[in-house]
Design a protein around this ligand. Structure first.
Ligand code: NAD
Ligand code: DAU
Length: 342
């Protein structure tokens, strides 16, 4: 066991984290993976069912902001991949406190623990393209000014720069990734793609914000996992790497595609009040990461079709959330009830 690489994955029961744990467990037989996850509303143990019985994976339920739990796990790690965060922009607009506590203070606790670690070779801070703010034209490069415009992206920008500061100040081997919008299996049905797919399956309205012309760049989660792996192996300490899918799509175009794939009518589209401070467009220049040999592989048409298929095949995953989870139903009502009764 001594030659095993010990990898701590925070937030590994969530959407991207669980895809990464499953992917890495297959790709790296020499990795001993520990998942640290608080299991908030977004964290689901069933996302990890395929690795829960593996001797090469260990699950710890806990809060990254709790130094007594997180500290020893960081000290014992060769690499940390830090996904854990509050992640939904609309929830951050409703109430930002948990975003500050987890995304900023939680990251601070992990970085402080990293200062005491003796054999840490990598600390991957999973940041987001939202830290650049809205990009009316062109594409963000890693050296651009950060102009976050909502509480979620501001908390992520705080974490992003805090991680950088621990490299610049203490030499912690931090690398930072800023990915665009991910899609794929196991995404919680609050984000636009799984929400619209599952509403379409049930033949109920899909609530499109504002004029529907906001643009997102869609990245399949498998391509994101490979990008993180590349950065872990080849990234340079203190550097930032954009990870974009190169699939810029307006929300209304995305919605038409989802409805077509689900075999539903466009009449399900319900225009609702816009998100406050809604960023118009994100776009990333990925030249730097491509220089390390990475490129996205999943064509958007194929990835979206397989994602629609996944939700159709896995109703047992999302239906209990949407129909029985009282916290989800309360969130849905607060978010959409006053908008358009959907
Ligand atoms: P998610 O909401 O699906 O999962 C977040 C996970 O973190 C959950 O399992 C949750 O239980 C866990 N968590 C939350 N607070 C915690 C705490 N205090 N301690 C321990 N665990 C905690 O999120 P996601 O979409 O998978 O995003 C993962 C990371 O990737 C986040 O840092 C997010 O900012 C970043 N990111 C996401 C996207 C995207 O499109 N989803 C794009 C770029 C970057
Ligand atoms: O860009 C990366 C970010 O992508 C990540 O950092 C975030 O964690 C992730 O949540 C995501 O943020 P977005 O706000 O872009 O994703 P969301 O799925 O919430 O919304 C995508 C677009 O769809 C956005 O323009 C708002 C719109 N939308 C969303 C919802 C939930 C709607 O029109 N209706 C909806 O009901």
């Amino acid at each position: 066991m001594s030659e095993m690489t010990k990898v701590l994955v925070t937030g590994g029961a969530g959407f991207i984290g669980s895809n990464f744990v499953r992917w890495a467990h297959n790709a790296h037989p020499d990795w001993q993976i520990t998942t640290l996850d608080k299991l908030t509303y977004a964290g689901r143990l069933e996302n990890l069912s395929s690795v829960m019985d593996s001797a090469r994976h260990h699950f710890v339920q806990g809060d990254i902001a709790d130094a007594a739990i997180a500290g020893p796990l960081v000290h014992d790690s060769d690499m940390v991949v830090h996904f854990a965060a509050e992640t939904h922009v609309d929830r951050s607009i409703q109430s930002a406190a948990a975003f500050i506590t987890t995304d900023v203070i939680g990251t601070f606790v992990l970085l402080e623990a990293a200062r005491q670690a003796t054999h840490l070779k990598r600390f991957v801070q999973i940041s987001t393209d939202e830290v650049y703010g809205s990009v009316p034209s062109g594409a963000s490069v890693e050296t651009d000014e950060l102009r976050p415009r909502n509480p979620y992206s501001a908390s992520k920008a705080g974490a992003d720069r805090l991680a950088y500061s621990y490299w610049a100040t203490y030499g912690i081997p931090v690398v930072i990734t800023r990915a665009s919008n991910n899609y794929g299996p196991n995404q919680f049905p609050e984000k636009v793609i799984p929400l619209f797919i599952t509403n379409a399956v049930d033949n109920i309205p899909v609530p499109l914000y504002g004029d529907g012309l906001n643009v997102r760049d869609w990245l399949h989660v498998d391509d994101h996992c490979r990008a993180i792996d590349v950065v872990m192996a080849q990234g340079t300490d203190g550097e930032v790497y954009n990870v974009g899918g190169g699939n810029e799509v307006t929300n209304v175009d995305l919605t038409h595609r989802i409805l077509e794939l689900a075999g539903r009518s466009d009449a399900l589209i319900t225009r609702v009040a816009d998100r406050l401070g809604h960023d118009r467009r994100y776009a990333l220049d990925t030249t730097k990461l491509r220089g390390l040999g990475w490129a996205p592989h999943v064509p958007f048409e194929e990835g979206l079709a397989s994602t629609v298929d996944w939700y159709c095949q896995n109703e047992s995953w999302w239906r209990p959330i949407k129909e029985q989870d009282q916290a989800y139903r309360a969130y849905y009502h607060t978010q959409y009830g006053s908008r358009a009764n959907v």
